[in-house]
Structure formats: structure tokens, C-alpha cells
Design a protein around this ligand. Structure first.
Ligand SMILES: O=C(O)COP(=O)(O)O
Ligand SMILES: [Mg+2]
Length: 237
């Protein structure tokens, strides 16, 4: 079970001083890359195969964030709760995974991302991707978006028993790099990132342009909010 997310009530915490920052953990979908057009195509192909109504990109945008399994369930139910029969899910999920595996061509990197990653690398900060996206898709996207050279490590939503907002993926990544929470930041676009960071006691920086289930990420009170990743240096003045 996921721990409760109390981001709204949690006190903000200071970001580490730049000299103490060892690791930046990045969300992928909605933070580094705009992947929803491709996810929506794969979801709609899956639905069409099952003779169910297609849902389109705007609904998928609101449903992304809790991993591929939840996205498929939400699409089948056509709502955020995602209640569907195990039998229908068992037919649908392999179809989604099959179609999405070949559907990364519309995915693009948000403005400012590569410059922000380069700036952090220049500061000697290690970087990792901590996404709820299925692990098998992560490497290809990092490669095709020309950002794989910035990352020493990545983890998917199905890599561990728990996914964000549970702290486990962050704690696992921090253990890999042998760093403490005070030496890290999480950078994300959704309340799942804020929740995971709070639960791991890591400071969190958010970008407002991604996917947050249709809600304003400012409502989750991240420790810093920047319009584009190339403004990340402003968080450390
Ligand atoms: O695939 C998802 O559900 C979201 O992935 P993210 O954690 O990179 O936003
Ligand atoms: Mg995201």
C-alpha cells in the first residue's frame, strides 16, 4: 500500500546548497519529455482492437502518472478510478505494451531540458530518471531524445514493488548512489513526484507544463517551481 501523501500539509523544505547537491532524480513523462501523444495512440489502438470507444489525447493526458497498468485500467473504465474486470485488463495490457513499444515518434523533449541537464552535469551533479513508466521503454526514449548521456541510472514504475508516490524508488536510487536525502533533489511535474519526494524527505522542484491529472502542480506546494528546466540554476542562488 502507498503511504498517504500529505504534500499540501507538509512544510516546505529548503533545497540543498549547490555545493552539497550530489544527485538530481528526474521524472520522465511530463518533465523531460512530452510523451502523451504517443501514449494516446497506443491506448486508442488497444481500445480499437477490443471494440471499445477510443478516448483521445486529452483524457490520456489526465490519466498518465501512475504507470502503464493504471493508464490501461483508466482507459478501459474511461475514468480516473480505472475499475475494470481482470479478464478485460488481461486482454488489454499486452496490446498497449505491444503498440507503445513501436510508438515513440511523436515524443519530444521540452524546451530548456537539455540546457538544464547540461548545467547540472557541469556542476558535477549525478542524474537519474525515476519514472512510473514501464522500465522497458525508458532507455529507448532517453536515447532517441539525445539525453541518455546525462543519466547514470534509471528506474521504471515496474522495477520495484512500489512506485511513486511511495518513496521506495527514490530511496532505492539514493542507495545506488550512496547519498543522503539532504544531498538530493527530485524534479517532477506531478503530485506523485511531490508525494514521493516528501515521503523520502527529499526536496522537490516542479515544472508546470506536464501532466498532473488536470490539477495545478502549485497546489501541491513543491519546494520550488520553475517554468523551464534551464532555470534550475535559479533555485540555487
Ligand atoms: O508513465 C507514467 O504513468 C508516468 O511516468 P512519469 O512518472 O515519468 O511521469
Ligand atoms: Mg510525470
Amino acid at each position: 500500500m502507498s503511504p498517504s501523501i500529505s504534500s499540501e500539509n507538509s512544510p516546505k523544505q529548503s533545497l540543498p546548497a549547490l555545493k552539497n547537491l550530489k544527485l538530481a532524480m528526474f521524472d520522465l513523462d511530463g518533465t523531460l519529455v512530452d510523451s502523451v501523444p504517443d501514449l494516446a495512440i497506443a491506448i486508442d489502438k488497444m481500445l480499437a482492437d477490443l471494440n471499445r470507444p477510443v478516448v483521445g489525447v486529452e483524457k490520456v493526458r489526465d490519466w498518465v502518472g501512475n504507470g502503464g497498468v493504471m493508464l490501461v485500467k483508466r482507459a478501459l473504465a474511461d475514468d480516473m478510478a480505472g475499475n475494470c474486470t481482470a479478464e478485460l485488463f488481461a486482454k488489454a495490457h499486452p496490446l498497449f505494451m505491444h503498440y507503445y513499444a513501436d510508438q515513440h515518434s511523436l515524443t519530444c523533449t521540452y524546451d530548456g531540458v537539455l540546457d538544464g541537464l547540461q548545467w547540472l552535469q557541469n556542476q558535477g551533479v549525478k542524474m537519474a530518471v525515476v519514472t512510473n513508466k514501464p522500465y522497458q521503454f525508458v532507455e529507448d526514449i532517453l536515447k532517441t531524445q539525445n539525453m541518455i548521456q546525462y543519466f547514470d541510472f534509471w528506474i521504471g514504475g515496474d522495477s520495484l514493488p512500489e512506485k511513486k508516490p511511495h518513496p521506495q524508488p527514490l530511496l532505492h536510487t539514493m542507495a545506488h548512489f550512496n547519498v543522503t536525502a539532504a544531498q538530493c533533489i527530485m524534479v517532477g511535474d506531478s503530485k506523485n513526484d511531490v508525494g514521493a519526494a516528501r515521503n523520502a524527505k527529499v526536496a522537490v522542484v516542479c515544472l508546470p507544463y506536464g501532466y498532473n491529472h488536470g490539477e495545478d502542480i502549485a497546489d501541491s506546494q513543491p519546494d520550488a517551481l520553475i517554468e523551464r528546466l534551464d532555470l534550475i540554476s535559479h533555485c540555487f542562488n
